[in-house]
Design a protein around this ligand. Structure first.
Ligand SMILES: Cc1cc2nc3c(=O)[nH]c(=O)nc-3n(C[C@H](O)[C@H](O)[C@H](O)COP(=O)(O)O)c2cc1C
Length: 199
């Protein structure tokens, strides 16, 4: 099959789009409102986009609390999503009022960050402390404004739990990162292999 998403229906029972770029890492984004209320929500249109210095991005389909908070304070944290935290992550995706603290809703402990005022998820083994770099609204080639805006962050602090460091490396068997597939499906990284690059 083939379709042009600008003009043709996919013709399937369910939209295949979210199954076509998989598995997607989940940026579990914490932020603070200008009133100081903590916010937590998962975003799977998310990735690390540069290493030296490290940058991340995520895309918000419409203005949500995370984007509002990040634009107000200039800070956010990306917490690593893991298999052990999947239910809390799902709970934190509820569309609740900005006055609701999703850490509390999901029964999650907060831990302080070092270089941003935003708290991290204490139980998550990795947290990336970010400062807002820029927000880029998406516009289609025909000039139509797209609903999604992309939030870029520069990573200014990196927390790694000592519990997941084995022989100087992050042990994925302990972390069991959670990723997003299409539809309502998720994947857990449980099998890892190494492959050397050709000379
Ligand atoms: C695994 C997962 C991934 C998600 N990815 C995105 C995403 O990439 N972009 C988006 O706008 N919403 C995404 N959502 C929905 C948001 O998490 C949801 O709208 C949430 O209420 C936003 O919270 P906020 O208003 O506190 O920012 C995702 C939800 C789940 C469960």
């Amino acid at each position: 099959m083939f379709y042009d998403p600008r003009s043709e229906p996919h013709g399937l029972a369910h939209n295949p789009w979210t199954s076509l770029v998989v598995p997607r890492p989940i940026g579990w984004i914490s932020s603070l409102s200008d009133q100081g209320v903590a916010n937590l929500a998962p975003y799977s249109f998310f990735n690390a986009i540069a290493g030296i210095p490290p940058f991340v991005m995520f895309s918000s389909a419409g203005r949500k609390d995370s984007q509002t908070n990040i634009e107000a304070t200039g800070e956010f944290v990306v917490n690593m999503a893991t298999a052990d935290l999947k239910d809390a992550l799902n709970t934190s995706s509820a569309a609740v009022d900005q006055a609701v603290d999703e850490f509390e809703l999901a029964g999650l402990e907060k831990a302080p960050c070092r270089n941003v005022a935003v708290p991290r998820v204490a139980a998550s083994p990795v947290a990336l402390e970010c400062i807002l770099n820029r927000v880029v609204p998406l516009t289609a080639r025909d000039g139509t404004k797209v609903r999604s805006e992309v939030i870029f962050g520069e990573v200014v602090g990196i927390y790694i739990s000592d519990d997941v460091i084995v022989d100087g490396m992050l042990d994925m068997a302990r972390i069991r990162p959670l990723a997003r597939l299409g539809y309502m499906d998720y994947a857990i990284t449980e099998e890892v292999f190494a492959m050397m690059r050709p000379e």
